[in-house]
Design a protein around this ligand. Structure first.
Ligand code: F6R
Length: 607
């Protein structure tokens, strides 16, 4: 999603802003821009596409000025071109915006009818004109911003700069995150601590409804009634992180390879390996006292939740309702008293997941969240937080966050099973031991990278792919299809293997690769039958299985990827890796933008 940076500094800010924007590239964007006040006038450079294009513009026509705002835009209203790129100007106002102004059409009509002329198709420009109208009416910049904010509906984060006051940026937050960075005689605004990491690790996060006046010597936060409010200043953990691919070609590759380590960190946070016990959950409810758990999330995080449903129901005998957050938030699901809600999000800022959380808050059920960004809104609004220790995930396609979410869910299933009296001490010890081996199995799976690259060559020539799996391999089939389509742009669909004959089998012909995820488990034979149905119709099977599965699959396959033998409980964590590598290598062979695939954003803060 869009990224925002603002600096009230004492050296030329344009290059600093571009550097900070680079750290926000991972969020996904399709144009970028920076504005400063140079020799008393608003000046800007904007460019369609990646930041290198903006850097080229700045090299041709440098931008001076000690105060500035910058932006990476992920288009919502209006195509991604230079005209729609931020910052937007109106009279003496420059503005950058993340989110959606829902009543922009109504505001634009109102402003157009009194002579304001719009130069872009964006919803953002209405905010600039609203503020400009207040300034024309004699309001101070601060008043003009505040009054205009009261007219806006929707989810937004804003940074606003005013010609005539070179010591002022006004920021506002209602939805997407915005953080103030504290420096020495210099202050910053940014979408997250990662953007501000080169400047400061001292951060204050705005809360929803807050707006802030930022000057070189400090800042003041106000609420929507314009009353000063105080928000905690904290040391950011983002500073220790460098945006660095190491020896890897892409962040995604690096993040895939980090998995043995981050899975082990995450598991160690919830399990006592030495004692063979589960522990360490800051639970806001008692698993023994609830009858249902509602899980809600988006995309890959939702698919982690789907695996979690299988685990919680099987091992803890706890019924789980799982929903895609964008559906859950509006479907007015009744939540029984004896229930709890769990949200899963890497970024902790996904608008639909956050809205679902707030719905559950309204229903009065205890709320917990699995998040990777601990300072995120979802983490802050939850009663209990179960962090994934994946570290910053930069590749737009989620990899290590997914396996860390699975690791937390596996430990949580054991915690629930224990609390509900359905897990003996011996079984607990056995399952904890199995989980403790997941990082080692993941490291073994990584060794299959070259083999998988060979298989990816086959995929790089096709237009459509099917993924099949049963039980916990079914969510992995969905994840495989999602990963492949998002980074290689090949059309892919995942199905429960048993569902094939109810429709999708019509798609099978000699051209169709069918990727079957099937460890040798208690339903392996059933999946073999489904593979036979595919083979009988000429489908080209790529089987991901283990040694036993490879021996017992009585079907001719195009390729078989033989995974290490892993216990059934940890299989989803380990089998996620070949699925990710297959998508990764296919995308690399096809030459797509692996880390920032087209049209996608890392942190989806709009509906
Ligand atoms: C896919 C992917 C997305 C995210 C989804 C939720 O690779 O990354 O599907 O999983 O946008 O994002 P978070 O987890 O930040 O809520």
């Amino acid at each position: 999603m869009c990224g925002i940076v603002g600096i009230v500094g004492h050296t030329p800010v344009a290059p600093l802003i571009v550097d900070a924007l680079k750290r926000l590239e991972y969020r996904g964007y399709d144009s970028a821009g920076v504005a400063t006040i140079e020799h008393g006038a608003l000046a800007r450079r904007r460019a369609e596409g990646k930041l290198v294009n903006l850097e080229k513009r700045l090299a041709e026509e440098p931008l001076g000025g000690l105060i500035g705002i910058g932006h990476t835009r992920w288009a919502t209203h209006g195509v991604p071109n230079e005209t729609n790129a931020h910052p937007h100007f109106a009279d003496d106002v420059a503005i950058v915006h993340n989110g959606i102004i829902e009543n922009f059409a109504e505001l634009r009509d109102e402003l157009s009818s009194v002579g304001f002329v719009f130069t872009s198709q964006t919803d953002t420009e209405v905010v600039a004109h609203l503020i400009a109208r207040e300034l024309r009416g004699g309001a101070s910049p601060q008043e003009a911003a505040y009054r205009s904010l009261q007219r806006l509906r929707g989810a937004f984060a804003l940074a606003i700069m005013f010609r005539g006051d070179e010591d002022l940026i006004v920021g506002a937050r209602n939805g997407p995150p915005l953080a103030v960075g504290h420096g020495e005689g210099e202050m910053y605004l940014g979408s997250d601590a990662i953007a501000l990491a080169p400047f400061t690790d001292s951060i204050t996060y705005l809360e929803d409804g807050d707006w802030v006046v930022v000057r070189r010597e400090g800042m003041q936060i106000f609420d929507m009634d314009a009353k000063p409010v105080s928000r905690m200043r904290q040391q950011s953990v983002g500073t220790s992180f460098l945006v660095d691919k190491g020896n890897h070609r892409h962040f995604m590759e690096k993040e895939i390879h980090e998995q043995p380590e981050v899975i082990s960190h995450t598991l160690a946070n919830y399990l006592d390996f030495a004692a063979g016990r589960v522990g360490g959950f800051d639970l806001p409810f008692d698993f023994a006292a609830i009858e249902r758990l509602a899980i809600s999330a988006c995309g890959t995080a939702y698919l982690a939740g789907l695996v979690g449903k299988y685990w919680l129901e099987r091992y803890a005998r706890l019924p789980v309702d799982i929903d895609i957050a964008s559906e859950f938030r509006y479907r007015e699901m009744p939540l029984p008293k004896a229930s709890a809600a769990l949200f899963i999000s890497q970024s902790g800022e996904t608008a639909d997941t956050l809205a679902s959380l707030r719905y559950c808050r309204g229903e009065g059920v205890p709320i917990s969240a699995i998040v990777n960004v601990r300072e995120s809104t979802i983490a802050r609004e939850s009663d209990g937080v179960f962090p994934t220790l994946a570290g910053p995930e930069i590749g737009v396609a989620s990899t290590k966050a997914f396996t860390c979410q699975l690791s937390v869910l596996a430990a949580l299933a054991l915690k629930a099973a224990k609390a509900r009296g359905v897990l003996s001490a011996e079984r607990e010890q056995e399952l904890v031991r199995q989980l403790s081996e997941a990082p080692r199995y993941a490291a073994q799976a990584l060794k299959l990278s070259e083999r998988i690259e060979t298989v990816a060559r086959e995929l790089s020539h096709v237009r459509h792919v099917l993924y099949l799996g049963r039980d916990t391999s079914y969510p992995l089939a969905l994840e495989g299809a999602l990963k492949l389509k998002e980074i290689s742009y090949i059309h892919a669909e995942g199905y429960a293997a048993g569902e094939l004959k109810h429709g999708p089998i019509a798609l099978i012909d000699e051209q169709m690769p069918v990727i079957v995820i099937a460890p040798h488990d208690r339903i392996f034979e059933k999946t073999v039958s489904n593979m036979q149905e595919v083979a009988a119709r000429g489908g080209r099977i790529i089987l991901i299985t283990d040694r036993q599965g490879a021996e017992k699959a009585t079907v001719k396959t195009l390729e078989t990827i033989v995974m290490p033998d892993v216990p059934e409980f940890v299989a989803p964590i380990v089998y996620a890796l070949p699925v990710q590598m297959l998508a990764y290598h296919t995308a690399v062979i096809m030459g797509t933008d692996v880390d920032q695939p087209r049209n996608l954003a890392k942190s989806v803060t709009v509906e």
